[in-house]
Write a protein that binds this ligand. Structure first.
Ligand SMILES: [Fe+2]
Ligand SMILES: [Fe+2]
Length: 208
């Protein structure tokens, strides 16, 4: 089943090809992180009644471009903003999607989760939420255990905590927030309700 998701329209045997391709493209410690993210993303998905197979697949693929040189990231994913141009590492989610599409990967849900894991899920794709939370809270990071535990009970609450705290942290220090992260912030149900009600949230008000 996982093989069919990872390699649509290809034989099941080729699944091992994807795992091996990821392993060869990232540093050994990164690959360990990738395996932990995939496992945790699948656990979070299962606990929330979501598609654990796609969550696992996206976890395996999410950092495939993470260890590419800056020049390659910029070539694969041209900058959309000053942050991208100044910090090409911010592009590794978009670059990963481009690579996977070039290699024939076609599952849109998984591709979107891979693309959005760096800056935040765009909303409407729970698999992307699982991968984003798993990436920031997998045990090897040594942080965000509270978010990990919350996600196993209430994924939406965990996502809200992760994104609101990230935006609050950055803005509190005068650091520009990536436009895609702001999009994730405004896609949160709690913020969308505020937006629709016509009252700007405190974070929006502080955004230059
Ligand atoms: Fe990443
Ligand atoms: Fe990661």
């Amino acid at each position: 089943m996982i093989a069919q998701l990872l390699v649509p329209r290809h034989p099941v045997a080729e699944w091992t090809g994807w795992e091996e391709r990821v392993r060869l493209m990232v540093r050994p410690r990164r690959y360990e992180h990738v395996l932990r993210v995939a496992e945790l993303a699948a656990q979070i998905a299962l606990a929330n009644g979501l598609d654990d197979m796609r969550a696992y697949a996206a976890g395996i693929l999410h950092d495939i471009a993470r260890d590419l040189p800056d020049a390659e990231l910029l070539r694969l994913a041209p900058p959309e903003c000053d942050i991208d141009a100044g910090h090409p590492l911010a592009l590794h989610g978009r670059a990963a999607r481009v690579l996977l599409e070039r290699w024939g990967y076609q599952d849109r849900v998984v591709l979107e989760a891979v693309e959005d894991h760096t800056t935040g899920p765009r909303g409407g794709n729970p698999v992307a939420d699982c991968v984003y939370i798993a990436d920031v809270s997998e045990p090897g990071r040594g942080v965000n255990a509270d978010i990990r535990e919350l996600a196993l009970r209430d994924l939406n609450a965990a996502l809200e905590r992760a994104i609101v705290s990230k935006v609050t942290y950055l803005q509190g220090r005068g650091i520009q927030v990536h436009p895609r992260t702001l999009r994730s912030y405004h896609a949160l149900p709690c913020v969308a309700r505020q937006d629709q009600g016509g009252s700007a949230s405190p974070l929006t008000a502080r955004q230059p």
